[in-house]
Structures are given as structure tokens and as C-alpha cells.
Design a protein around this ligand. Structure first.
Ligand code: NDP
Length: 294
């Protein structure tokens, strides 16, 4: 059997960002509106700092305004909520993202619920969660949305396919399952208490791995020809003292069986930021009653 086709998220996300940039230019030219994304970082977590820097850079590259708010780790919850309130009211800001995790003294759910659902480009506000579940227009979490775009680009229509989502987090697993239901897949959601996970995975035409366990899903769990989307990002130690990024899927064995598979890195990862930009553009268009961007 030949190796699976590689689903290249770097190339796809690059094209998506180009499309977004041309829509932004159109919005500026025709309507004199510049979409704006505010990103709030509380504390100095090194990984979060890198994410926030990359998000700001990509936002500016597409011609949007980027507003970065870096707050010290000991910022009181009230001060953060006040900042969110002022961003909610700021007409130059169309999307608001508070980089998670926030320090322990801050209630994450309170922060999520403080963001105006119309500006909630992470799609975590209960209003957007509910709208997605009800099949209404919603701002959809970026990582599952990016995974769906890769799936559709690769498979076309998804209706009738068996999909297994491994992981049921609010950020990835649950919204991913909702999106696949919306595409008329038959969806199974697996988690840490699922019995006989290999046989559950083996019946799937589409496997979404969002577990956070390095290389857990083995090639012999995969139905031959299935499409595998590996959301996992795990850093593992190598014997020579270096580290390496791996997904939740054991790529070396899965690539021999799957029909198509995302690599880690270079698969879902770059789609997440591209979808954040897309959500900002969509939020801006909706706030100004302009036609939606696909
Ligand atoms: P969470 O830790 O929030 O959720 C993990 C899920 O996996 C839980 O539902 C858990 O089940 C399930 N799980 C854990 N162990 C097992 C097991 N042995 N068998 C079956 N299910 C199991 O993680 P996230 O959803 O936030 O992230 C998942 C992965 O995706 C991580 O590697 C993360 O780094 C990556 N990620 C990547 C992004 C990207 O941009 N590409 C963005 C966000 C996340 P239970 O609910 O029962 O505990």
C-alpha cells in the first residue's frame, strides 16, 4: 500500500490568508472599514507570548489592525473585565481574544462570558456555543473550523461519512463534533472512558485526534483509506537531549494505512491562526451588516 496523501496546512492556510487579505483590502476600499483584532495576554507564559506575537504579525500582514494588550500576571480579575468591557464598546475592535490559560486567580469562564458574543472570535462564549449547536450562524472555534476546512478541501462533501472525534474539550472536541454533525456525518465522540477505543476508531472514515497524548493513536487502529486530522501538539524529549513536536497520532504507522493525514507540525496548527483572521473578518462584516465572507 502506498503512503497516505499529506494534507498540507501550511500551504492551505497561506492561501486562506491571501483570500482574507484581499477581502480586507476590499472592505477598506469600498467601505472605509479596517477590521481590528484585539488580543489580550495576562502574564508571561512563554508559549502564550509566542502565540500572541504570531497572531499580531499575521493580523497586520492581512491588512487588519492589531491591538495588543499585555497585562502583568497579577492583574486583578476586575481590571481584566474592565478592559474587555472597553474593547466591547470600541468600534475599531471587531474581534477580541483573551489568550488562555489566564492566571489561576482569574475565573476563565467569567472572562469568556464578558466578551461581546459578536466580537468573540474564539467562539467560546456560551451564545456562540449554543448557536453552533442549534445550527445557527455562529463564530466557531478556530482549531475545529480549520480542521473542517482541511477535511472539506480533501474530501469534498462529508455527508454520510463515519467520523470519530477523540477528545471532548470545549475548545476542540465538542465544537468539532458539532461541525461534523452540521456536515451530515455520523459522529462518535470518544474520550478517556471510551471502551475499546481502537475498535471505535477503526470504523471511522474520518478520524479527528484531539487528545493531548503523544502518538497515542496507532496505525493499526485506522481504517485503510481513512482521512486523519491530527490536532495534537505535544513536545517530547529525545534521547539526545533535544525535543520534537509530535501529534496525538503515531504518524509513522498511520501514514502507511490512512488515505490522507495531516503532519505535525504543518497540519492543523497553521490553520488555527488563519481561522482566527477569518473569524475577525466575518465578525467585522456582521457588525457592519455587510455580506458574509466565505
Ligand atoms: P484537553 O486536555 O482539554 O482534552 C483532551 C481530551 O482527550 C479529553 O476530552 C479527554 O477525555 C480525552 N482523553 C484523554 N486521554 C484519553 C485517552 N487515553 N483516550 C481517549 N481520550 C482521552 O485538550 P484540548 O482539547 O485542549 O487539546 C487536545 C490536543 O490538541 C492537545 O495536544 C493540544 O495541544 C492540541 N491543540 C492544538 C491546537 C492547534 O492549534 N493545533 C489548538 C488547541 C489544542 P476526558 O474528557 O474524559 O478527560
Amino acid at each position: 500500500m502506498t503512503d497516505a496523501k499529506l494534507i498540507d496546512g501550511t500551504v492551505f492556510s497561506g492561501k486562506l490568508r491571501e483570500t482574507i487579505a484581499s477581502r480586507v483590502a476590499e472592505m477598506k476600499g469600498k467601505h472605509r472599514i479596517t477590521p481590528g483584532l484585539a488580543v489580550v495576554l495576562v502574564g508571561e507564559d512563554p508559549a502564550s507570548q509566542v502565540y500572541v506575537r504570531t497572531k499580531g504579525k499575521r493580523t497586520v500582514e492581512t491588512g487588519m489592525n492589531s491591538f495588543e494588550h499585555k497585562l502583568p500576571a497579577d492583574t486583578p480579575e476586575d481590571s481584566l473585565l474592565l478592559l474587555i468591557d472597553s474593547l466591547n464598546k470600541d468600534p475599531a475592535v471587531h474581534g477580541i481574544l483573551v489568550q488562555l490559560p489566564v492566571p489561576k486567580h482569574i475565573d476563565t469562564q467569567k472572562v469568556i462570558e464578558a466578551i461581546d458574543p459578536a466580537k468573540d472570535v474564539d467562539g467560546f462564549h456560551p451564545v456562540n456555543v449554543g448557536r453552533l449547536a442549534a445550527g445557527m450562524d455562529a463564530l466557531v472555534p478556530c482549531t475545529p473550523l480549520g480542521s473542517l476546512l482541511l477535511l472539506k478541501d480533501n474530501l469534498g462533501k462529508l455527508g454520510g461519512l463515519d467520523a470519530v472525534v477523540i477528545g471532548r474539550s470545549n475548545i476542540v472536541g465538542k465544537p468539532m463534533a458539532q461541525l461534523l454533525i452540521r456536515e451530515s456525518c455520523t459522529v462518535t465522540i470518544a474520550h478517556s472512558q471510551t471502551r475499546d477505543l481502537p475498535s471505535v476508531v477503526r470504523r471511522a472514515d474520518i478520524v479527528i485526534a484531539a487528545v493531548g497524548r503523544p502518538e497515542m493513536i496507532k496505525g493499526d487502529w485506522i481504517k485503510p483509506g481513512a482521512t486523519v486530522i491530527d490536532v495534537g501538539i505535544n513536545r517530547i524529549d529525545l534521547p539526545d537531549g533535544k525535543t520534537r513536536l509530535v501529534g496525538d497520532v503515531d504518524f509513522a504507522s498511520a501514514v502507511k494505512v490512512a488515505g490522507a493525514i495531516t503532519p505535525v507540525p504543518g497540519g492543523v496548527g497553521p490553520m488555527t491562526i488563519a481561522c482566527l483572521l477569518r473569524n475577525t473578518l466575518v465578525a467585522c462584516a456582521r457588525q457592519h451588516n455587510l455580506p458574509e465572507v466565505e
